[in-house]
Design a protein around this ligand. Structure first.
Ligand SMILES: *[C@@H]1O[C@H](CO)[C@@H](O)[C@H](O)[C@H]1NC(C)=O
Ligand SMILES: *[C@@H]1O[C@H](CO)[C@@H](O)[C@H](O)[C@H]1NC(C)=O
Ligand SMILES: *[C@@H]1O[C@H](CO)[C@@H](O)[C@H](O)[C@H]1NC(C)=O
Ligand SMILES: [Cu+2]
Length: 254
Protein backbone atom coordinates (compact mmCIF):
# COMPACT_ATOMS: atom_id res chain seq x y z
CA UNK A 1 0.00 0.00 0.00
CA UNK A 2 1.11 3.51 -0.72
CA UNK A 3 2.60 5.25 2.34
CA UNK A 4 0.26 8.23 2.25
CA UNK A 5 -2.70 5.89 1.90
CA UNK A 6 -1.84 4.45 5.30
CA UNK A 7 -1.53 7.91 6.73
CA UNK A 8 -4.87 9.06 5.42
CA UNK A 9 -6.64 5.86 6.38
CA UNK A 10 -6.25 6.88 9.99
CA UNK A 11 -7.85 10.26 9.41
CA UNK A 12 -10.97 9.22 7.60
CA UNK A 13 -12.15 5.94 6.23
CA UNK A 14 -13.87 7.40 3.22
CA UNK A 15 -11.28 9.85 2.05
CA UNK A 16 -11.07 10.17 -1.70
CA UNK A 17 -7.55 8.84 -1.99
CA UNK A 18 -7.17 10.03 -5.54
CA UNK A 19 -7.22 13.52 -4.09
CA UNK A 20 -3.89 12.96 -2.39
CA UNK A 21 -1.73 13.23 -5.49
CA UNK A 22 -1.97 15.40 -8.53
CA UNK A 23 -1.75 15.95 -12.22
CA UNK A 24 -1.06 18.94 -14.45
CA UNK A 25 -4.38 20.58 -15.27
CA UNK A 26 -2.61 22.64 -17.91
CA UNK A 27 0.19 25.01 -18.74
CA UNK A 28 0.12 28.77 -18.92
CA UNK A 29 2.32 30.58 -21.42
CA UNK A 30 2.21 34.37 -21.78
CA UNK A 31 -1.09 34.42 -19.91
CA UNK A 32 -2.75 31.83 -22.15
CA UNK A 33 -3.90 28.60 -20.50
CA UNK A 34 -3.65 25.33 -22.45
CA UNK A 35 -5.55 22.38 -21.04
CA UNK A 36 -3.72 19.32 -19.75
CA UNK A 37 -5.12 15.80 -19.57
CA UNK A 38 -7.43 14.85 -16.73
CA UNK A 39 -6.72 11.18 -15.93
CA UNK A 40 -10.40 10.60 -15.12
CA UNK A 41 -11.21 11.25 -18.76
CA UNK A 42 -9.53 8.02 -19.70
CA UNK A 43 -12.26 6.12 -17.89
CA UNK A 44 -15.30 8.38 -17.46
CA UNK A 45 -17.34 9.28 -20.52
CA UNK A 46 -17.35 13.03 -20.96
CA UNK A 47 -19.80 15.15 -22.85
CA UNK A 48 -18.62 16.87 -25.99
CA UNK A 49 -18.91 20.20 -24.22
CA UNK A 50 -16.68 19.11 -21.36
CA UNK A 51 -14.11 17.57 -23.62
CA UNK A 52 -13.31 20.92 -25.22
CA UNK A 53 -10.78 22.37 -25.57
CA UNK A 54 -8.70 19.47 -26.83
CA UNK A 55 -5.98 18.85 -24.22
CA UNK A 56 -2.35 19.50 -25.04
CA UNK A 57 -1.48 17.03 -22.26
CA UNK A 58 -0.82 13.42 -23.21
CA UNK A 59 -3.38 10.95 -21.91
CA UNK A 60 -2.39 8.60 -19.11
CA UNK A 61 -4.28 5.77 -17.45
CA UNK A 62 -3.16 6.71 -13.98
CA UNK A 63 -6.70 6.73 -12.64
CA UNK A 64 -5.32 6.44 -9.12
CA UNK A 65 -3.38 9.66 -9.84
CA UNK A 66 -0.50 7.49 -8.80
CA UNK A 67 3.14 7.27 -9.74
CA UNK A 68 5.70 5.32 -11.71
CA UNK A 69 7.85 3.29 -9.31
CA UNK A 70 11.57 2.63 -9.81
CA UNK A 71 10.89 -0.96 -10.84
CA UNK A 72 9.14 0.54 -13.90
CA UNK A 73 11.92 3.01 -14.81
CA UNK A 74 12.98 0.72 -17.65
CA UNK A 75 9.46 0.58 -19.13
CA UNK A 76 7.81 3.11 -21.47
CA UNK A 77 5.54 4.25 -18.60
CA UNK A 78 8.36 6.43 -17.29
CA UNK A 79 8.05 8.71 -20.33
CA UNK A 80 4.61 10.21 -19.93
CA UNK A 81 3.00 8.16 -17.15
CA UNK A 82 1.10 4.90 -17.45
CA UNK A 83 -0.12 3.74 -20.87
CA UNK A 84 0.20 7.21 -22.27
CA UNK A 85 -0.90 8.30 -25.73
CA UNK A 86 -0.14 11.47 -27.62
CA UNK A 87 -2.13 14.67 -27.14
CA UNK A 88 -3.95 15.94 -30.19
CA UNK A 89 -3.35 19.66 -29.69
CA UNK A 90 -0.41 21.98 -29.06
CA UNK A 91 0.35 24.82 -26.72
CA UNK A 92 2.24 27.62 -28.42
CA UNK A 93 5.36 29.30 -27.07
CA UNK A 94 8.54 31.04 -28.11
CA UNK A 95 12.10 30.31 -27.05
CA UNK A 96 12.85 31.74 -23.62
CA UNK A 97 9.19 31.87 -22.62
CA UNK A 98 8.25 30.91 -19.10
CA UNK A 99 6.07 27.83 -18.99
CA UNK A 100 3.86 27.61 -15.92
CA UNK A 101 2.82 24.06 -15.08
CA UNK A 102 -0.40 24.17 -13.09
CA UNK A 103 -1.04 21.14 -10.87
CA UNK A 104 -4.47 20.51 -9.42
CA UNK A 105 -2.86 19.90 -6.01
CA UNK A 106 0.12 18.46 -4.23
CA UNK A 107 0.65 16.98 -0.77
CA UNK A 108 3.32 18.53 1.46
CA UNK A 109 4.75 15.21 2.65
CA UNK A 110 5.69 14.36 -0.96
CA UNK A 111 8.86 16.45 -1.07
CA UNK A 112 11.34 16.19 -3.89
CA UNK A 113 12.74 17.65 -7.10
CA UNK A 114 10.91 18.94 -10.16
CA UNK A 115 12.59 18.24 -13.49
CA UNK A 116 11.74 19.42 -17.01
CA UNK A 117 12.67 17.69 -20.24
CA UNK A 118 11.95 18.34 -23.88
CA UNK A 119 11.93 16.06 -26.92
CA UNK A 120 11.73 17.04 -30.60
CA UNK A 121 8.91 15.49 -32.63
CA UNK A 122 10.58 16.01 -36.00
CA UNK A 123 7.14 16.86 -37.34
CA UNK A 124 3.84 15.74 -35.90
CA UNK A 125 3.79 15.03 -32.15
CA UNK A 126 0.19 13.80 -32.22
CA UNK A 127 1.02 10.48 -33.87
CA UNK A 128 4.04 9.53 -31.76
CA UNK A 129 4.29 6.90 -29.05
CA UNK A 130 6.13 7.56 -25.76
CA UNK A 131 8.98 5.29 -26.86
CA UNK A 132 9.70 7.57 -29.83
CA UNK A 133 10.63 10.44 -27.53
CA UNK A 134 14.27 11.21 -26.69
CA UNK A 135 14.62 13.58 -23.80
CA UNK A 136 16.89 16.52 -23.08
CA UNK A 137 16.72 17.98 -19.59
CA UNK A 138 16.41 21.79 -19.58
CA UNK A 139 15.66 22.61 -15.96
CA UNK A 140 15.67 21.08 -12.49
CA UNK A 141 15.12 22.27 -8.95
CA UNK A 142 15.35 20.33 -5.71
CA UNK A 143 16.38 21.12 -2.15
CA UNK A 144 16.16 24.90 -1.75
CA UNK A 145 16.94 25.33 1.96
CA UNK A 146 18.22 22.63 4.33
CA UNK A 147 16.84 22.27 7.84
CA UNK A 148 14.72 19.37 9.06
CA UNK A 149 13.46 17.63 5.97
CA UNK A 150 14.38 20.77 4.07
CA UNK A 151 12.39 23.27 2.03
CA UNK A 152 12.00 21.77 -1.43
CA UNK A 153 10.77 22.98 -4.79
CA UNK A 154 7.60 20.97 -4.08
CA UNK A 155 7.02 23.21 -1.02
CA UNK A 156 7.40 26.24 -3.30
CA UNK A 157 4.96 24.61 -5.72
CA UNK A 158 2.35 24.36 -2.98
CA UNK A 159 2.95 27.95 -1.83
CA UNK A 160 2.66 29.13 -5.40
CA UNK A 161 -0.86 27.78 -5.84
CA UNK A 162 0.45 24.48 -7.23
CA UNK A 163 2.26 26.21 -10.08
CA UNK A 164 5.81 25.36 -11.15
CA UNK A 165 7.76 27.33 -13.73
CA UNK A 166 10.53 26.67 -16.22
CA UNK A 167 11.93 28.74 -19.08
CA UNK A 168 12.34 27.29 -22.53
CA UNK A 169 15.91 27.48 -23.87
CA UNK A 170 16.42 30.96 -25.34
CA UNK A 171 17.66 29.96 -28.78
CA UNK A 172 15.71 26.78 -29.32
CA UNK A 173 14.85 26.08 -32.94
CA UNK A 174 11.21 26.43 -33.99
CA UNK A 175 9.29 23.18 -34.23
CA UNK A 176 7.00 20.77 -32.46
CA UNK A 177 8.16 19.36 -29.16
CA UNK A 178 6.92 17.36 -26.21
CA UNK A 179 7.58 18.69 -22.72
CA UNK A 180 8.11 16.20 -19.94
CA UNK A 181 7.44 17.77 -16.55
CA UNK A 182 8.10 15.54 -13.56
CA UNK A 183 7.89 15.57 -9.79
CA UNK A 184 9.86 12.90 -7.96
CA UNK A 185 8.52 12.36 -4.45
CA UNK A 186 11.15 11.18 -1.99
CA UNK A 187 9.16 10.46 1.18
CA UNK A 188 9.59 6.71 0.64
CA UNK A 189 12.99 6.83 -1.03
CA UNK A 190 14.86 5.50 2.00
CA UNK A 191 13.66 2.11 0.79
CA UNK A 192 14.59 0.43 -2.45
CA UNK A 193 11.84 1.06 -5.02
CA UNK A 194 10.42 3.80 -2.78
CA UNK A 195 10.93 6.92 -4.90
CA UNK A 196 7.87 8.00 -6.90
CA UNK A 197 7.94 9.58 -10.34
CA UNK A 198 4.97 11.65 -11.49
CA UNK A 199 5.70 12.49 -15.15
CA UNK A 200 3.36 14.60 -17.30
CA UNK A 201 3.80 15.26 -21.02
CA UNK A 202 2.45 18.14 -23.08
CA UNK A 203 2.79 19.16 -26.70
CA UNK A 204 4.20 22.56 -27.51
CA UNK A 205 4.73 24.29 -30.83
CA UNK A 206 7.75 26.55 -30.53
CA UNK A 207 7.88 29.57 -32.85
CA UNK A 208 10.42 32.34 -33.11
CA UNK A 209 13.76 32.30 -34.83
CA UNK A 210 16.03 30.25 -32.57
CA UNK A 211 18.87 28.42 -34.25
CA UNK A 212 19.92 25.72 -31.83
CA UNK A 213 18.62 22.17 -32.24
CA UNK A 214 18.43 19.76 -29.34
CA UNK A 215 21.10 17.12 -29.01
CA UNK A 216 20.38 13.46 -29.41
CA UNK A 217 18.50 13.07 -26.14
CA UNK A 218 17.90 9.97 -24.05
CA UNK A 219 15.02 7.49 -24.28
CA UNK A 220 12.87 7.46 -21.14
CA UNK A 221 13.89 3.90 -20.34
CA UNK A 222 17.52 5.06 -20.03
CA UNK A 223 16.92 8.17 -17.90
CA UNK A 224 17.04 6.66 -14.43
CA UNK A 225 18.01 3.68 -12.40
CA UNK A 226 16.61 2.78 -9.02
CA UNK A 227 19.93 2.81 -7.17
CA UNK A 228 21.24 6.24 -8.16
CA UNK A 229 21.54 8.70 -5.25
CA UNK A 230 18.65 10.88 -6.46
CA UNK A 231 16.35 7.89 -6.16
CA UNK A 232 17.68 6.32 -2.95
CA UNK A 233 17.53 9.21 -0.56
CA UNK A 234 16.82 9.74 3.13
CA UNK A 235 14.58 12.76 3.54
CA UNK A 236 14.47 12.29 7.31
CA UNK A 237 18.15 12.69 8.10
CA UNK A 238 18.53 16.48 7.77
CA UNK A 239 19.63 16.42 4.12
CA UNK A 240 21.98 19.24 3.11
CA UNK A 241 22.31 18.41 -0.55
CA UNK A 242 20.58 16.46 -3.24
CA UNK A 243 22.10 14.88 -6.33
CA UNK A 244 19.66 15.11 -9.20
CA UNK A 245 18.91 11.92 -11.11
CA UNK A 246 19.14 11.69 -14.87
CA UNK A 247 21.30 13.59 -17.34
CA UNK A 248 22.80 17.05 -16.74
CA UNK A 249 20.85 20.16 -17.72
CA UNK A 250 21.43 21.08 -21.37
CA UNK A 251 22.38 24.73 -21.76
CA UNK A 252 23.58 24.88 -25.37
CA UNK A 253 20.64 27.01 -26.46
CA UNK A 254 20.72 29.38 -23.49
C1 LIG B 1 -1.51 -0.69 -19.53
O1 LIG B 1 -0.93 -1.52 -20.51
C2 LIG B 1 -0.58 -2.81 -20.05
C3 LIG B 1 0.11 -3.55 -21.17
O2 LIG B 1 1.18 -2.81 -21.62
C4 LIG B 1 -1.82 -3.53 -19.60
O3 LIG B 1 -1.48 -4.79 -19.07
C5 LIG B 1 -2.54 -2.71 -18.55
O4 LIG B 1 -3.75 -3.32 -18.24
C6 LIG B 1 -2.79 -1.31 -19.05
N1 LIG B 1 -3.34 -0.53 -17.97
C7 LIG B 1 -4.38 0.25 -18.14
C8 LIG B 1 -4.84 0.96 -16.93
O5 LIG B 1 -4.92 0.41 -19.22
C1 LIG C 1 -5.04 29.16 -8.00
O1 LIG C 1 -5.18 28.35 -9.15
C2 LIG C 1 -6.53 28.09 -9.51
C3 LIG C 1 -6.54 27.20 -10.74
O2 LIG C 1 -5.62 26.17 -10.67
C4 LIG C 1 -7.26 29.37 -9.78
O3 LIG C 1 -8.61 29.09 -10.03
C5 LIG C 1 -7.13 30.31 -8.60
O4 LIG C 1 -7.69 31.54 -8.95
C6 LIG C 1 -5.68 30.50 -8.23
N1 LIG C 1 -5.57 31.31 -7.03
C7 LIG C 1 -4.75 32.32 -6.95
C8 LIG C 1 -4.75 33.02 -5.63
O5 LIG C 1 -4.05 32.69 -7.87
C1 LIG D 1 22.77 3.11 -11.48
O1 LIG D 1 23.31 4.32 -10.99
C2 LIG D 1 24.45 4.15 -10.16
C3 LIG D 1 24.82 5.49 -9.58
O2 LIG D 1 24.83 6.50 -10.54
C4 LIG D 1 25.56 3.53 -10.97
O3 LIG D 1 26.69 3.33 -10.16
C5 LIG D 1 25.10 2.20 -11.52
O4 LIG D 1 26.04 1.66 -12.36
C6 LIG D 1 23.78 2.36 -12.30
N1 LIG D 1 23.29 1.05 -12.63
C7 LIG D 1 22.82 0.77 -13.83
C8 LIG D 1 22.29 -0.63 -13.99
O5 LIG D 1 22.81 1.57 -14.75
CU1 LIG E 1 1.27 9.56 -1.87
Amino acid sequence: MHPCTLLLAGLAAIVDLTSAHGFVTGIRVNGIFFKGFDPDWGFTPVSAAESKPVPVGWTAKNIDIGFVAPDAFQTPHINCHKNSTAAKAYATANPGDTIEFVWNQWIDTHKGPILNYIAPCDGDCTTLTPSALHWTKFSQDGLITPGGQGYWITDALIENNFTASASLPKNLKPGNYVLRHEIIALHGAREDNGAQSYPQCLNVRVGGSGRVALGEGIPGTKLYNRTEPGMRFNLYDNPTRYLFPGPPVWTAAD
